[in-house]
Design a binder for this molecule. Structure first.
Ligand SMILES: Cc1cc2nc3c(=O)[nH]c(=O)nc-3n(C[C@H](O)[C@H](O)[C@H](O)COP(=O)(O)OP(=O)(O)OC[C@H]3O[C@@H](n4cnc5c(N)ncnc54)[C@H](O)[C@@H]3O)c2cc1C
Length: 320
């Protein structure tokens, strides 16, 4: 069976969820062969094998941490040349997209970024994208070379599918460009203890209706009752109530969770651009005419200061 390369996003051997989702999609089009690089690469094999990776190609070198993306591109290209896959899948993070684009250029192939679904097709994998501020859904196939496709988090379910997950050392020779851009310092972001916004299965967002930084505590309480990430509209961010790193929308982050709860957000097109592909959308807004109600699965017309604490209390009670 044809093999599909899956680029592994991991932190010291802990595989991040979007990579496991890629394995689900990879199994639709072939046998997944994972490529894990850097410190802890071999530690990824067990979990990758549990989710369908037949082989795990690993390479550890200081260059992956000390320099920006080029060493990783060199390694992915080495894996591509060793495996001759039918497709290469990469998680759609900023780094993932840069790696994928550089690889596609090197191997003279087409690239599709930010796919939200993937299926087998007669002439190669067909990727679904949500485009133009999520107002169109397109299906595309790469017509030149080996398809290189980046896939957004939460595009597929994580599924157990035990496979060998055999670890094999990947031979990598770094190119002259690999050491061109050195990382000189790293400052870890202060952790909120909540999931990463773009990867979270549930996102709870607040907008101008939250009316103050201190009131975001009620949005955070609802998020914590659900194990969710917190998002914010640009109006809330511009007002200084919540950090820009949490902004959802055209000029913020793009999220596609299983559940998106918007409170005090009107549903401007630029906000929708970042959340419209969420699987289930719930809005709390005191204006029954607010545009957000055009795209919700469940809408609550009411004051968020009444509704949100009740929701939190009910969820906490049921969790018991
Ligand atoms: C180039 C460009 C890029 C942009 N990028 C983004 C982006 O990335 N993300 C983004 O979000 N926006 C973005 N915007 C801004 C966007 O156009 C809107 O201005 C913004 O999304 C509005 O935020 P909001 O819905 O919180 O505020 P508003 O539009 O003011 O809506 C507030 C809502 O809260 C409701 N409300 C008020 N009080 C309560 C209450 N007590 N209980 C319940 N409901 C209440 C109101 O009925 C209203 O519907 C961008 C704009 C431009 C021009």
């Amino acid at each position: 069976m044809a093999e599909v390369l899956v680029y592994v996003d991991h932190v010291d051997g802990a595989v991040r969820k979007p990579t496991l989702e890629l394995l689900t999609l990879a199994r639709r089009i072939g046998e997944p062969v994972a490529v894990a690089l850097g410190a802890g690469a071999a530690d990824t094999a067990a979990v990758l094998g549990e989710h369908g990776a037949t082989r795990v190609l690993t390479h550890e070198a200081a260059e992956y941490a000390d320099y920006l993306v080029v060493p990783k591109v060199d390694a992915l290209q080495a894996a591509y040349e060793a495996v001759s896959p039918t497709a290469v899948l990469v998680p759609s993070s900023a780094e993932g997209k840069e790696i994928a684009a550089r690889l596609a250029l090197r191997i003279n192939s087409g690239i599709i970024t930010d796919a939200i679904d993937l299926e087998a097709g007669e002439a190669g994998p067909v990727a679904t994208q949500s485009v133009f501020a999520a107002s169109f859904t397109t299906k595309s196939r790469i017509a030149k070379g080996t398809p290189v496709i980046t896939v957004k988090p939460n595009s597929a379910a994580v599924e157990a599918a035990p496979a060998d997950g055999t670890v094999e050392a990947l031979a990598v020779t770094f190119s002259a460009q690999a050491t061109g851009t050195k990382v000189t310092a790293r400052t870890p972001r202060e952790s909120s203890g909540r999931p990463e916004l773009t990867e979270a299965a549930i996102v709870v967002s607040g907008g101008r209706g939250v009316n103050g930084a201190e009131n975001f505590a009620i949005i955070e309480a609802l998020a914590d009752s659900l194990g969710a990430a917190v998002g914010a509209s640009r109006a809330a961010v511009d007002a200084g109530w919540y950090p820009h790193t949490n902004q959802v929308g055209q000029t913020g982050k793009s999220v596609s969770p299983q559940l998106y709860i918007a409170s005090g957000i009107s549903g401007a097109i630029q906000h929708r651009a970042g959340m419209q592909t969420s699987k289930t959308i719930v809005a709390v807004n005191k204006d029954a005419e607010a545009p957000i109600f055009d795209l919700v699965d469940y809408g609550i017309v009411g004051d968020l200061f009444d509704v949100v604490p009740q929701l939190t209390e009910e969820i906490n009670t049921r969790k018991g």
